[in-house]
Design a protein. Structure first.
Length: 200
C-alpha cells in the first residue's frame, strides 16, 4: 500500500482537500519526509494547505508556525522549504485533484502501476543478486555439482540445462529474503541478461 501511495501526487487549486505536510503535492514526496526536523516541531500537522496558505496582492504567503525556537539545522530546513514554496503556483483546475505520477497522462491505470512496481522490484532484486554475490556463488556451486555428477554419477547435463540450474539456484537463495517473498522465478529467468550485462 505504501508503494502504491508513492504514485499519487496532487494538483492544487485552492488547497482545501490536500494536507500541507502529509500529502504529496509540491513534489512527489510529502513535505514531512523532505523536512523531518521542522515537521517534528510544526504546529500545522494535519492541516490542509488552505489553512497554511493565504493570498496577498497576488502573492502566496505561508504561515509556518512552530512549537519552539528553531536550531540552526532546522532554520536551514525552513530556508529550503520556503525556496520550494516560493516557486509554487496554483493549478488551473476548479478544485484540488489527484495526479497519478507513473503515467504520462497523469491518470491511473492498472498497467502503469504494475509496470512501475515490477520495475522497482526487479531493480531491488538485481541489486541483491550482486551485492550479496549470489550470481558468482550460484555459478561456482552449480559447476561443482555438475562436476560431481559427471565424475561420480556419469551424468552430463547440456549447457542450457546447467545455465537454468544456475538461475534457479540464484532465485532460491535471494527469494528467502522477506522483501522478495512475492517475487516469482520468471523475474530472474526473464531478466537474466540485464542482471549479467547491465547490473544495477
Amino acid at each position: 500500500m505504501e508503494e502504491f501511495k508513492q504514485g499519487i501526487s496532487h494538483s492544487i487549486a485552492d488547497g482545501t482537500k490536500v494536507h500541507f505536510w502529509e500529502d504529496a503535492w509540491i513534489s512527489k514526496i510529502p513535505l514531512f519526509t523532505l523536512f523531518p526536523a521542522i515537521y517534528s516541531v510544526s504546529n500545522s500537522k494535519n492541516l490542509k494547505i488552505a489553512e497554511v496558505m493565504s493570498m496577498d496582492n497576488g502573492n502566496l504567503d505561508w504561515s509556518l508556525n512552530f512549537s519552539r525556537r528553531l536550531y540552526d539545522h532546522e532554520v536551514a530546513e525552513v530556508t529550503d522549504l520556503l525556496t520550494l514554496l516560493h516557486n509554487f503556483q496554483l493549478g488551473d483546475t476548479p478544485e484540488d485533484r489527484r495526479i497519478w505520477c507513473w503515467s504520462k497522462n497523469e491518470t491511473f491505470s492498472v498497467k502503469s502501476a504494475y509496470m512501475h512496481l515490477h520495475a522497482t522490484e526487479k531493480g531491488m532484486f538485481g541489486q541483491c543478486l550482486w551485492k550479496r554475490q549470489v550470481i558468482p556463488a550460484a555459478i561456482v556451486w552449480s559447476i561443482w555439482l555438475e562436476r560431481n555428477q559427471r565424475t561420480f554419477g556419469e551424468v552430463e547435463n547440456e549447457m542450457g540445462r546447467l545455465a537454468n540450474s544456475i538461475k534457479v539456484m540464484a532465485f532460491r537463495w535471494v527469494s528467502q529474503e522477506e522483501e522478495f517473498k512475492r517475487v516469482t522465478v520468471d523475474v530472474i529467468l526473464g531478466n537474466w541478461k540485464s542482471f549479467i550485462f547491465d547490473p544495477p
